[in-house]
Write a protein that binds this ligand. Structure first.
Ligand code: ADP
Length: 331
């Protein structure tokens, strides 16, 4: 069954479904609608500025502000065709590489602060089509942090044990405790992506999952887990090149799965599923970022900067020396 999303202006979204219009589940009646940006409007909200703010060009434009334009505003309609996977913002490759180094050091310090203060945790969700660079981000951005402070979980096809539980069961047990960074390479979103495109469960089940995910992420956020979600957006042309490179390089053959080609054939269906996931589940507390990912160096810089922004925004401070130790001296 095809479901068409229709944007009908400020705060009013409707689904064309079996030929009939019905309000989207979370839609607020127009009269009561709280003030919020019009769907698909560019983000003009102020963003936290911290030490991670890095000036990148002569006009002193702040990259820290720049990356926030990739954030999906709550309630906005998302059309991926309006995003350019080849976008490189204000950066050239050399600038991006040097920026990444600076941000890596900053992330390292911020993660140490997170660990030392133990008030918050950070959950980073990475999603994207095959070859979009989920592994690359872990290798080049997350690795700037102390390995003792983060844990990566890769979610594969669920095992029989996992399938016997609710879809969030395997995910919840891998969320980070306070002080730690958790990285999800794929995530609970697979259950509204592959689960939806491949009809792994009936529509009546996957449709309810958006609400369950919003509730789940709200519970995490209310209990100190900072949730940041990245969609690494590559073009089908770039994916083709990367898949061909994999086939041509014997050291990369192990990464190639025939299933990648089946998924590629369903490109449009996956893009629609991603759009729905962003519209349903990009919230103030747990936002989605659509990251242009055709250029690896730009993708990495954007992810690093968004993470630095988020951690900077927590205003963490080094714990003070215990007053009981104030008089101690090291002989
Ligand atoms: P990756 O592509 O992440 O490097 P794999 O090649 O092993 O790793 O692919 C993992 C596969 O697991 C993907 O095809 C993905 O769609 C699938 N998968 C992950 N989570 C689920 C899920 N909840 N239901 C069905 N398939 C899933």
């Amino acid at each position: 069954m095809r479901i068409r999303r229709v944007c009908n202006g400020r705060g009013r979204r409707y689904y064309a479904w079996r030929g009939a219009y019905r309000p989207a589940p979370e839609a607020v009646p127009a009269g009561d609608a709280p003030a919020q940006p019009a769907p698909c409007a560019p983000d003009t909200s102020p963003n936290p500025r911290g030490e991670a703010m890095v000036f990148v060009n002569d006009t002193q434009e702040s990259f820290a502000d720049n990356v926030e334009k990739y954030r999906v505003q709550p309630g906005a309609c998302v059309t991926l065709a309006n995003y350019d996977p080849r976008d490189t913002g204000p950066l050239r490759k050399k600038q991006a590489k040097s920026l990444l180094k600076t941000l890596g050091k900053r992330l390292n310090t911020l993660q140490e602060l997170l660990y030392a203060t133990e008030e918050h945790a950070l959950l980073v969700v990475l999603q994207g089509m095959d070859c979009s660079g989920k592994d690359g981000v872990i290798k080049r951005v997350i690795s700037a942090m102390n390995p003792q402070g983060f844990q990566v979980t890769s979610f594969k096809v669920p095992t029989p044990e996992e399938l016997a539980h609710d879809f969030l069961w395997r995910v919840h047990r891998r969320t980070p405790r306070r002080g730690m960074v958790g990285v999800f390479n794929r995530s609970h979103y697979e259950d509204v992506l592959v689960g939806r495109v491949e009809n792994l469960v009936p529509e009546s089940r996957w449709r309810k999952r958006y609400g369950a995910i919003r509730d789940f992420e709200r519970i995490l956020a209310e209990d100190g887990v900072q949730v940041v979600k990245f969609f690494l957006y590559i073009s089908p042309e770039e994916q083709k090149e990367r898949l061909e490179d994999r086939l041509a390089d014997s050291t990369e053959h192990w990464k190639f799965r025939a299933g990648d080609l089946d998924t590629r054939e369903q490109w449009d269906a996956y893009m629609s599923a991603f759009e729905a996931a962003f519209e349903e589940c990009s919230t103030e507390q747990a936002p989605w970022y659509v990251v242009p990912a055709d250029k690896k160096w730009y993708r990495d810089a954007v992810v690093a900067q968004v993470l630095a922004n988020r951690l900077d925004g927590l205003g963490m401070e080094w714990p003070a020396l215990d007053p009981a130790h104030a008089d101690l001296a090291v002989e």
